[in-house]
Design a binder for this molecule. Structure first.
Ligand code: MSP
Length: 643
């Protein structure tokens, strides 16, 4: 089983931005998924260099265009490396060994088969699209994509007989219903082709920057005709028949919605003309906008993918793009939402789970787990693995990511429900405790396996902590994403993977504490808090609404008929001592608290419990939901504001 997939090759007149990076990241996720699923995968990316914009840009800088492209190749490769892209090959259209012979062979084949003829062209040309624009497509005389005025061009050109392929293309779409995905693009293309096709120019006269037309040395091949051939060129077309036979036809071209028509109309027509097999599928993804706006230099709103990757590493960005944007549709990026999702999915959900499993296993079982079986959680895992596979097989990356996270949430809920910290109090529960930890660890292992195409290095680290240090290339979905019922694991408790970030008036501080909702359970709550849903980020102004103060415990006594509550009288530096009921009776004898300096929430609305009014809340931490420790405020005197 082999799988050959490609991305669009990028114009190199500017650096990659979040939009171009989105395409590469999502294609990388598909490539990694196919490898995990056992396919012999070949993932191709590259640069599109024969554009007039590049030629002009190099001239502006007083550089030779090829030297300019060499420099840009490094810029692109550096960004792609930082985003952890696993491409197997990178092609440039200035590659004389591979790309030139392929383009010349295909142009010649189209000529030989009667599909190229000489004519004269007149029309509007958008230099940013590198495409002729029919007058009807212009908006107030400008290109609807670039908002610039196209140039009127009149020249002798070679034409490709695209019109001849209207019916063969429609037949191909009908015979291969999944040739164009998603549905919305398929419908767009069907409408376009049903409306009739005009022949297109395939050469530019009097230019030097490009690949010479083999039958007319005074012209170069038009940049789009040239660029589309990269996919075949990279795998041997025109220069290595055996290689070409191995990888062609491509299984998938991943491209943006703006260029789907080049890939679903012109490219297959060129291949039909040259008698070359058609790719299996073209997937036209949507666009990523920034706060709802198209990213552009003129708007000054371009998001540099390096800024996003440098914030928390590449994986949280990869996760955001895969999970938050339904693949195929458009999506939005804002820094606020990115940080919010980071906290919700990684710090609070997955990070919290890994941390709880590792710290409790260390504390209660010296880090060792015996895998025992699996009940409800195993069934949830199986259900989500199946959902993940069906989604990923049709490139529904957002649904695949959601399935993996449903398993993570289920494991967190399972821990909250089984309360391993309570089981740990009685040695008679040792087997049951091991079972809960083992099932949770098994769920983490499977979730990390499912997430490995999306978050490769994080998944690898999670799996390493679970005692599995194999490289990703050795993992397989069928064996690694199925529930194991026996074996022993040594688990590593190695600290927070995704420290929670706190937003403060535009600045973002990374704290070195992973939140552990169970440990942060306020003492006045019954038992450990359930796993936090997704607390949103608050501003410093929100925080300022909470009045935290130091207080000294003057009196403490058990509440009759309550196992949990202690009644405290505290001095909070106010005219009168206050009464606070705190759920810490299982952790402290009343006399242990007398004289202690603690921290309270002073402006909490009074609350009646067991017939008595509590005026405030005592702050306490209970690791893994076990013994609560009240926060000590020594040496600050009672009534000191805590911030
Ligand atoms: N060079 C051509 C493609 C030739 S393929 C034979 C080209 N280059 S590009 O640099 O303009 O765009 C590269 C890819 O990035 C395209 O698939 C394009 O749709 C995609 N994107 C550019 N901006 C984007 C967003 N804002 N969001 C998502 N994808 C975007 O077109």
């Amino acid at each position: 089983m082999r799988y050959f997939l490609t991305t669009a090759i990028d114009f190199v007149n500017s650096r990659p931005h979040l939009g171009t990076a989105y395409e590469k990241i999502t294609a990388d996720i598909i490539a990694r998924y196919r490898r995990l699923a056992g396919y012999d995968t070949h993932f191709l990316m590259g640069n599109d260099e024969h554009s007039q914009n590049v030629f002009r840009k190099a001239a502006e800088q007083g550089t030779d265009p090829l030297a300019y492209c060499d420099g840009m190749e490094q810029v692109f490769r550096d960004v792609w490396k930082r985003l952890d892209l696993s491409f197997d090959d990178f092609i440039r259209t200035t590659d004389r060994k591979r790309h030139f012979p392929a383009v010349q062979k295909m142009a010649q084949a189209c000529l030989d088969n009667g599909d190229i003829y000489e004519g004269a062209y007149e029309g509007w040309y958008c230099e940013s699209c590198e495409a002729f624009k029919p007058e009807k497509d212009l908006v107030e005389g400008t290109c609807p994509i670039h908002k610039t005025t196209p140039k009127w061009i009149k020249e002798k050109n070679w034409f490709f007989r695209l019109s001849k392929y209207q019916q063969p293309l429609l037949k191909h779409y009908a015979d291969h219903p999944s040739f164009i995905e998603p549905e919305i693009r398929r419908n767009e293309i069907l409408r376009l082709v049903e409306g009739g096709l005009e022949d297109i120019s395939m050469s530019r006269a009097g230019q030097s920057w490009g690949i010479p037309v083999p039958f007319d040395p005074t012209s170069v091949v038009y940049v789009w005709f040239d660029a589309l051939i990269n996919y075949a060129a990279a795998v041997g077309y025109g220069w290595d028949d055996a290689l070409f036979k191995k990888w062609w036809p491509a299984n998938l071209h991943v491209v943006g919605k703006d260029i789907t028509r080049f890939h679903c109309v012109i490219w297959p027509a060129m291949l039909m003309s040259a008698r070359v097999a058609l790719p299996e599928q073209v997937f036209g993804h949507g666009w990523v906008y920034f706060k709802g706006e198209r990213m552009s230099k003129t708007m000054g709103n371009i998001v540099d993918p390096l800024d996003a990757a440098n914030k928390f590493g590449p994986d949280p960005l990869r996760l955001y793009l895969a999970k938050e944007i339904p693949y195929g549709g458009d999506g939005d990026f804002t820094w606020e939402r990115f940080e919010e999702k980071y906290n919700a999915d990684l710090a609070n959900n997955l990070g919290n789970l890994v941390n709880r499993v590792a710290s409790m296993t260390e504390r209660y079982q010296q880090g060792r787990i015996r895998t025992t079986g699996g009940g409800a959680l195993a069934a949830i895992a199986a259900e989500n693995v199946a959902a993940y596979k069906s989604a990923m097989n049709v490139h529904a990356l957002h649904e695949g990511a959601a399935a993996a996270f449903r398993l993570v949430s289920a494991a967190n809920n399972f821990i909250a429900e089984k309360q391993p910290w309570s089981l740990a109090k009685d040695p008679a529960n040792a087997d049951q405790l091991n079972g809960v930890l083992a099932d949770s660890a098994e769920a983490v292992r499977i979730a990390a396996t499912l997430l490995s195409p999306i978050m490769p290095s994080s998944a690898r680290e999670v799996l390493r902590r679970l005692g599995d240090d194999r490289p990703s290339k050795d993992r397989r979905l069928d064996t690694d994403a199925s529930w194991r019922t026996s074996g022993e694991k040594q688990i590593l408790n190695a600290g927070a993977l995704w420290p929670r970030i706190e937003a403060e008036k535009g600045a973002v501080n990374v704290t070195d504490e992973t939140p552990k909702p169970a440990e942060a359970a306020p003492a006045t709550q019954a038992g450990p808090a359930p796993v936090a849903a997704t607390p949103s980020i608050i501003t410093i102004d929100d925080f300022a609404k909470i009045e935290l103060k130091t207080a000294k415990v003057l009196e403490a006594e058990k509440m009759p008929k309550s196992q949990r509550l202690l009644k405290l009288k505290v001095d909070a530096g106010e005219a009168e001592p206050r009464t606070i009921l705190a759920g810490i009776a299982e952790s402290y004898e009343p006399e242990q608290l007398i004289g202690k300096s603690i921290v309270i929430v002073a402006n909490l609305a009074p609350r009646k419990m067991m017939g008595l009014e509590s005026n405030g809340m005592v702050l306490a931490a209970s690791p893994d939901g076990g013994k609560a420790f009240v926060l000590n405020s020594e040496p600050a005197p009672p009534g000191t504001k805590v911030r």
